[in-house]
Write a protein that binds this ligand. Structure first.
Ligand SMILES: [Zn+2]
Length: 323
């Protein structure tokens, strides 16, 4: 493991989405599939080990909604007499810290878990949360991906099917509203964006919006082409998020600083559009991926967005794939 990877792994809310980026940075070039696979296996273990010792921190938002940081993607919690409702379940090795932090938000058990999408750093906690009584709800494509062997090309990694208890028991493909703890939770599928199973969750009366991995606050996002994601889908999802948010809305991003707002989201959207246009122009002029990366189409944004695991070359590759 290179110094850079050690540095990255010491930071919070890194995720499995980042394996190839780290592999790229550590070697200064693309790994062969065999090397990348070995590297990826190592990083999965490192992520689990690191999550196992990371604290899980709760930030109170509005009403009885909090956001938890420290176990994979940002987790929203709605507490109350109907039991706790979680939006995403983090990484399973964080169970002790997550259990402790959740108990600080009230004595009720977790009764519902909504998966924003199938990725490991959001759904790995499904099995234990189901075992303690949570009913799992997700997009129908999330259930499909969790049920099958799933190959993520950009990670050069194969995920095995999840155990039975981790599979969502209730799925949706159109908007659906749950009334729990005096709050309306609006579950809305996106068109394919980060994956083909992304859901947003709105806590309607409280004006809080969890936008899943369609938004990474202050860092370049991963885009999972293996399960239907694309740069254009990410931009369309950002536009959809901006259309429903106001200056009063608290926005919970999938990754990055866990409490955000419309103006920060707007910067994210503008960054995506600018880089997309630059990469598209380079690709259309006949540049290869390597030449496009060498032209540094992300340069104007790297100081702000490129300081995390999806580094400028890897993000350029993700955009290049989709234009
Ligand atoms: Zn993800």
């Amino acid at each position: 493991m290179g110094l850079r990877q050690k540095h990255l792994l010491s930071r919070r809310h890194f995720c499995l989405c980042c394996m190839t980026g780290g592999a790229f940075a550590a070697t200064g070039g693309w790994l062969t599939p065999r090397q990348a696979f070995a590297e990826a296996r190592g990083i999965v273990t490192l992520i689990k080990d690191s999550a196992a010792s990371s604290p899980v921190t709760a930030y109170k938002l509005r009403g009885n909604v909090s956001v938890l940081e420290g176990s994979g993607g940002n987790i929203a919690v709605l507490a109350g007499p109907d039991g706790k409702v979680l939006v995403d379940g983090g990484i399973s090795v964080s169970r002790p810290q997550l259990t402790k932090t959740l108990s600080g938000l009230g004595a009720e058990p977790v009764t519902y878990l909504i998966n924003t999408h199938w990725h490991f750093d959001h759904a790995d906690g499904n099995e234990w949360l189901h075992a303690v009584g949570a009913k799992i709800i997700a997009h129908e494509n999330t259930r499909k991906h969790l049920s099958e062997i799933q190959r993520v090309e950009d990670w050069d990694y194969n995920f095995l099917p999840s155990p039975e208890g981790a599979i969502p028991s209730e799925v949706l493909s159109t908007n659906r509203t749950l009334k729990l703890n005096g709050t309306s939770l609006e579950l809305k599928p996106y068109k394919p964006a980060h994956t083909d199973g992304d859901l947003s969750v709105t806590f309607a009366e409280l004006d809080i919006l969890h936008v899943a991995d369609t938004y990474w606050n202050g860092i370049y996002p991963f885009i999972d082409y293996s399960t239907g994601g694309s740069i254009d889908g990410m931009i369309a999802a950002s536009d959809a998020n901006l259309a429903v948010a106001t200056d009063h809305t608290i926005i919970i991003p999938g990754h990055g600083k866990p409490v955000s707002n419309k103006s920060e989201l707007n910067e994210f959207r503008d960054m995506l559009v600018d880089i997309r246009d630059k990469v598209e122009a380079l690709k259309k002029s006949g540049r290869t991926l390597e030449e496009t990366i060498a032209a540094k189409p992300t340069a104007a944004h790297d100081a702000k967005w490129g300081q995390f695991v999806i580094d400028p070359p890897f993000f350029t590759k993700l955009v290049y794939e989709g234009v």
